[in-house]
Design a protein around this ligand. Structure first.
Ligand SMILES: Cc1cc2nc3c(=O)[nH]c(=O)nc-3n(C[C@H](O)[C@H](O)[C@H](O)COP(=O)(O)OP(=O)(O)OC[C@H]3O[C@@H](n4cnc5c(N)ncnc54)[C@H](O)[C@@H]3O)c2cc1C
Length: 290
């Protein structure tokens, strides 16, 4: 399917379970680790010509993979996409850099404005597309420019005026984000680091140990505490098959190795219905389903 120059990048029938935090699910028909823009556009062009969908995998902290093989080319960005470059109060960051690395680099350079995101797992690319954040304070409000590859395998650049960020969403769903430019404010590095560490401690104390097979099930509705909604609906410890809510850390679910994506979907669906009946609030799934 792919030309010979791409053979060393593309692998067939690659398990995605080990690349995702929940550690469950099937394989990708094609999988490639992509180190540069030129390889990425070439892969996307050939996949598009063959009517093969292209999906992008970040750190896998927000993905639920179904058991069936995914008939797509799944790419994971590496190499040049991990770079973080700082000049004045601007940072150009590759989509494959971890959000943690971006936040630390900003703090070390005395650039404030990302400390509230401390402890959120995942890559910058996913955080931009999903507009990751804490309550109403998000990453999108700091993003000035986004570069990516669109569905026609063309490289595109979006300016601040073209970007639309909402509560945990953006208008970038159709793109493979490759980099973002972020604008921050100058502050004393020691002060930025102090705030970052304080937020990190609070975040870590409110979530399960990251070596568990876990996920944040729902987007916390603006103005509500997910813990109160689950408690009121009697769903704090709900379980379906091998998936269960973590009663100590409300809103997080865990799975055993025997779990199936259907267990997670059944659990999340049951909770959403119960919360809507009890509180009239519609919960939206945080997890992306493949
Ligand atoms: C313990 C825990 C705590 C969390 N806390 C928070 C929190 O406080 N706030 C919050 O907002 N979220 C939180 N999350 C959710 C998660 O961290 C974010 O959604 C994060 O942005 C996912 O990043 P990832 O790289 O793991 O993405 P993945 O899980 O790999 O992918 C998620 C989605 O992003 C897409 N994507 C990935 N990379 C790109 C790219 N380069 N271009 C386009 N699309 C891309 C994927 O296709 C997929 O649809 C938490 C999750 C866990 C497990």
């Amino acid at each position: 399917m792919f030309s010979e120059s791409l053979h060393s990048y593309v692998h067939e029938n690659v398990s995605l379970a080990e690349r995702c935090w929940l550690r469950i699910g099937g394989s990708a028909r094609f999988f490639a680790e992509v180190p540069s823009s030129s390889i990425l556009t070439q892969l996307c062009r050939e996949a598009t010509a063959a009517s093969l969908p292209v999906r992008v995998l970040g750190a896998g902290s927000n993905l639920l993979i179904r058991s069936e093989q995914i008939d797509a080319l799944v790419v994971r960005l590496t190499g040049e996409f991990e770079a973080v470059t700082i000049s004045d109060n601007k940072i150009v960051v590759g989509a494959a850099a971890s959000l943690g690395d971006l936040i630390s680099a900003a703090a070390e350079s005395g650039l404030a404005g990302l400390e509230h995101l401390a402890g959120i797992p995942g890559t910058v690319g996913a955080a931009v597309v999903c507009n990751s954040g804490v309550k109403n304070d998000d990453l999108g409000s700091r993003v000035q420019r986004v570069c990516g590859v669109d569905r026609d395998a063309e490289e595109v650049e979006l300016s601040r005026e073209e970007l639309k960020f909402g509560y945990r969403r953006s208008n970038l769903q159709h793109l493979i984000v490759t980099s973002a430019e972020i604008e921050l404010q100058r502050q004393d590095p020691a002060e930025v680091t102090r705030k970052l560490q304080a937020n990190w401690i609070v975040k870590k104390a409110g979530q399960p140990a990251v070596d568990d097979c876990l996920a944040q099930a729902f987007i916390e509705p603006s103005g509500w505490q997910i813990s109160e909604l689950l408690e009121a609906a009697g769903m704090k410890s709900a379980a379906e098959g091998e998936a269960s809510m973590n009663p100590t850390f409300p809103g997080y679910l865990g799975v055993t190795k025997e779990a199936d994506a259907r267990d997670v979907l059944a659990l999340v669906g049951r909770i959403a219905r119960a919360v809507e009946v009890q509180s009239g609030i519609q919960l939206h799934q945080q997890l992306k389903i493949w």
